[in-house]
Design a protein around this ligand. Structure first.
Ligand code: HEM
Length: 417
C-alpha cells in the first residue's frame, strides 16, 4: 500500500489507474455497483452516458431550483438568528437533501416540514453505519456484522431509500414506456431519472442499472455539499475580516446586477470562489481517494508502485503540502488564489482529478456559491465560542467536524442598527 502527497505522482496514478482498490469492495458489497464503486467495465459506459446531464450547461440550468431552496433556508434561519449556537448540519441538511432529490429524482420536497423523516435520516445514518463497519476491520466479516443490531438498522435505512427510488421509477416507467426518446436533443431534462429513462433505445440503462445508479447517487451527493457548506461557514465565522470583505464584494455585485450594469450574478463573484476553494483546500470533504495500481508505474521520485498494490491519494496531504502552497500552507488565506497559486491542476482537487473524478462537480460548486451568497445577504456567521478555538476535523469516510458544526448567526439588519 502506498500513500501519495505529491500532485505530479497523484496525476500519474489517477490518469493511468481507473480501477478502485480492494478497500472499495466492501462498499460495493454493502451499497451495490453504482458508478462510485463500480469496476471499470461497468463504470465506463455509464459515466459516458450520464456525463452530459452533469455538464456545466445543465448545472447552470439548475440555478432557479437552487435559488428556491436557498430562499427557503434563509427564511427558516430567521428563528435561529440572534439566539443560541446551533448545529449547521442539522439545519442545512434537509435543504441540501431537497436540492439533490429534485436534481436526481425530480421530486419537490419540503423535508424540514415533513413528519415522516425516515428517508431524510436514512442517508446520513447509512453513511454512519458504513463508517462503523469500515473502521473496525473485524466487523467486515459477514458472519460477525450480520448479527449486530446496527446491521439491521443499516438494512432498514437502505430499504427506506430503495422504496422511494422504486416508487419514483414506477411512475417514470409509465410515463416513458413505449415513447421514442432522444437524449442527445434533450439534455436539459431537469432530473437524472428523466434523463436516464429518456435515453435512446441503443443507449438505454436497464431497470437494475438505473436503480443502482440512483441509489449511490443519493448516497454520495447529499452529504458532501452540506458538509462543505458547513465548513465554509465555519471558516467565515473564524475569519471575520474575510467575511466582511466577502459581504462587501457580494453587496457590490448585487447592486451592479440589480442596476443592470453587469450580467454576472452575486454568486459568480471571484472572491466567493476563492473562499470556497480555500476551505476545500484546508478541509476537503473527501480527504482521500484510492485506486488499484493496474501496472507497475514509476513515480517522479523514481519509486515504482507495483501492479496490484493499493494506492491512497491523500487530497488532505497535497492540499497542505508546503512545496505547492508555501510556508503558510496551513493558514486560511483566500487571497492566495489571486497571488500566485500553484499551476499544477492536481494541487487542488476536492473533487478528485481526471476521468474518474466527481461527476457532480459543477453542480456541487454552483450549489455552494448560490447558497452562500443567499445566506450572506441576510446573516453574519459568528463562532460558537471564540475565533481562535481550533477546528477539530474528524476523518470518517468523509471529513467531518468533531464538534458538529456549531455556529451562531446574526441578522445583518440588526447589526447595522
Ligand atoms: C461539494 C460536493 C462534492 C464533493 C466534495 C465531491 C467529491 C467527490 C470526489 C472526491 C469523488 C471522487 C472519488 C474518486 O476519485 O474515487 C466524487 C465522485 C463522485 N461524485 Fe462527488 N462530490 C460532491 C458532490 C457531488 C454531487 C452533487 C453529485 C451528484 C449530483 C456527486 C456525484 C458523484 C459521483 C456519481 C461520483 C463517482 C464518479 C465516478 O466514479 O465516475 N458528487 N465526488
Amino acid at each position: 500500500m502506498s500513500v501519495v502527497v505529491d500532485a505530479e505522482a497523484a496525476e500519474l496514478v489517477l490518469a493511468n489507474c481507473l480501477e478502485k482498490d480492494e478497500f472499495n469492495l466492501f462498499f460495493r458489497k454493502l451499497l451495490g455497483s453504482g458508478s462510485i464503486m463500480a469496476p471499470v467495465s461497468v463504470w465506463r459506459p455509464r459515466r459516458k452516458q450520464m456525463a452530459p446531464f452533469f455538464g456545466i450547461t445543465n448545472a447552470n440550468r439548475s440555478q432557479d431550483s437552487l435559488l428556491k431552496h436557498s430562499d427557503n433556508l434563509v427564511k427558516h434561519l430567521e428563528s435561529m438568528a440572534d439566539t443560541e449556537p446551533f448545529s449547521m448540519f442539522d439545519i442545512f441538511y434537509p435543504y441540501a437533501f431537497d436540492t439533490i432529490m429534485e436534481l436526481i429524482l425530480g421530486l419537490t420536497l419540503n423535508s424540514h416540514e415533513e413528519e415522516d423523516t425516515r428517508v431524510l435520516k436514512a442517508v446520513p445514518d447509512c453513511f454512519n453505519s458504513v463508517a462503523y463497519f469500515l473502521f473496525q476491520p473485524y466487523l467486515q466479516f459477514e458472519i460477525i456484522y450480520s448479527r449486530l443490531p446496527i446491521w439491521a438498522k443499516f438494512l432498514n435505512d437502505k430499504q427506506n431509500i430503495q422504496r422511494l427510488i422504486a416508487k419514483v421509477m414506477a411512475s417514470k416507467q409509465k410515463l416513458y414506456d413505449g415513447k421514442n426518446n432522444n437524449v442527445d436533443a434533450n439534455i436539459s431534462l431537469k432530473s437524472l431519472v428523466d434523463f436516464l429513462y429518456s435515453s435512446p433505445d441503443d443507449k438505454k440503462f436497464s431497470i437494475d442499472e438505473i436503480r443502482e445508479e440512483l441509489f449511490v447517487m443519493l448516497f454520495g451527493s447529499t452529504i458532501l455539499p452540506c458538509v462543505s457548506l458547513c465548513f465554509t461557514c465555519m471558516m467565515l465565522a473564524k475569519y471575520p475580516d474575510v467575511q466582511e470583505k466577502l459581504i462587501r464584494e457580494l453587496d457590490e455585485e448585487s447592486s451592479r446586477y440589480e442596476k443592470g450594469l453587469t450580467k454576472s450574478r452575486p454568486h459568480e463573484n471571484k472572491y466567493l470562489e476563492a473562499v470556497i476553494k480555500e476551505t476545500f483546500r484546508l478541509y476537503p470533504s473527501v480527504p482521500t481517494v484510492s485506486r488499484k495500481i493496474d501496472k507497475d508505474i514509476e513515480m517522479p521520485s523514481g519509486t515504482v508502485l507495483p501492479a496490484g498494490a493499493a494506492c491512497f491519494i491523500s487530497i488532505w496531504g497535497i492540499h497542505r503540502n508546503p512545496k505547492y502552497w508555501g510556508p503558510d500552507a496551513d493558514s486560511f488565506r483566500p487571497e492566495r488564489f489571486f497571488d500566485s497559486p500553484p499551476k499544477h491542476p492536481a494541487t487542488l482537487m476536492p473533487f478528485s482529478y481526471k476521468s474518474r473524478g466527481c461527476i457532480g462537480m459543477h453542480f456541487g460548486m454552483l450549489s455552494l456559491k448560490v447558497i452562500l451568497a443567499s445566506l450572506l445577504k441576510e446573516y453574519r456567521f459568528l463562532p460558537n465560542t471564540t475565533t481562535d478555538a481550533p477546528v477539530r476535523p474528524l476523518y470518517d469516510i468523509i471529513l467531518k467536524d468533531a464538534d458538529n458544526y456549531m455556529i451562531r448567526l446574526k441578522r445583518r439588519d440588526r447589526i447595522q442598527q
